[in-house]
Write a protein that binds this ligand. Structure first.
Ligand SMILES: NC(=O)c1ccc[n+]([C@@H]2O[C@H](COP(=O)([O-])OP(=O)(O)OC[C@H]3O[C@@H](n4cnc5c(N)ncnc54)[C@H](O)[C@@H]3O)[C@@H](O)[C@H]2O)c1
Length: 256
């Protein structure tokens, strides 16, 4: 008898998703590494999970496409059984374009990925629990921009704010089915999504001066929260959003 859980992580070939996959691997879980299109990166994530002590398999998944999400979950179920944990980390960043200049396609692509993607993953994860028993946890990687807006980020801010209400609604819908649903709101984390800050130290230090803790976050620091939320230690936690930002979002009133 093994305690190995079946865990799905989307966007698991990069950044926060890759760190989550490795964090679950380190406690011996079986991790379905859902990746978008970078098979080499997915292989590296699989190797990291296995090195950490877990089991892993790379599975292609476009979160914006419900048929792709269904196929990927079915493959994960065949390999590891019904997922009892899902971390949805797949996402794209804001366009940096004001609404007045924003193309239809930009808005639609963002909503399809960061909001409808969260819906697609949530629905399929919950359906996969119908024949399963025991507690389950669904975690969405949202953003501080779910609550703190930025000019040029209407697409991203609206999508992430939508994730908040999706999470809260799912929490009350699924509480009696033993599925807890929460989100994490990272601040500035050093991943490929923040490529310029990763590569340009002067630029990074300028941004880090705005963060109370004095530095950008590491993907592992977000993964630690995901792993806790998925654990029995969080057994009474549902419908909540957890900020992991070194205090960044507290400084709203500074400067005016
Ligand atoms: N890095 C940060 O500072 C930061 C801050 C707040 C929130 N976030 C959120 O964290 C999550 C992970 O971001 P990250 O920093 O690891 O970025 P990342 O770019 O390293 O990883 C995101 C992954 O999502 C994948 N992806 C994009 N579209 C997809 C789709 N349609 N289907 C499946 N996968 C898709 C990408 O291929 C990529 O591998 C995102 O939801 C992001 O909005 C990141």
């Amino acid at each position: 008898m093994t305690n190995q859980r079946s865990v799905v992580v989307t966007g698991a070939e990069s950044g926060i998703g890759a760190a989550c996959a490795a964090a679950f691997g380190a406690i011996g879980d079986a991790v379905a590494v859902f990746y978008f299109n970078d098979t080499a990166a997915a292989s590296l994530s699989v190797a990291a999970v296995e090195k950490a002590g877990g089991t892993a398999r790379a599975i292609q998944c476009d979160v914006a496409d419900p048929a792709s999400v269904d196929r990927a979950f079915s493959e994960a179920e065949r390999a590891f059984g019904p997922a009892s944990v899902a971390v949805n980390s797949a996402g794209i960043n804001m366009a940096g374009v004001k609404v007045r200049d924003m193309a239809d396609t930009q808005w639609q692509h963002m909503i399809a990925t960061d909001l409808t993607g969260a819906f697609n993953v949530s629905r399929r994860f919950i359906r996969g629990r119908e024949k399963a028993s025991g507690p389950a946890a669904l975690i969405h990687i949202s953003s501080i921009h779910a609550a703190v807006v930025r000019a040029g980020g209407a697409d991203y801010c609206a999508a992430k704010a939508g994730v908040t209400n999706l999470v809260e609604t799912l929490a009350i819908e699924e509480a009696r089915n033993h599925i807890r649903v929460n989100s994490i709101r990272p601040g500035m984390i050093l991943t490929p999504m923040n490529e310029r800050a990763v590569e340009d130290l002067a630029y990074r230090h300028k941004l880090e001066a705005n963060i109370p803790i004095g530095r950008a976050g590491r993907p592992e620091e977000v993964a630690a929260m995901a792993r806790w939320l998925a654990s029995d230690e969080a057994s009474y936690v549902t419908g909540a959003s957890f900020t992991v930002d070194g205090g960044l979002s507290l400084l709203l009133g500074v400067g005016a």
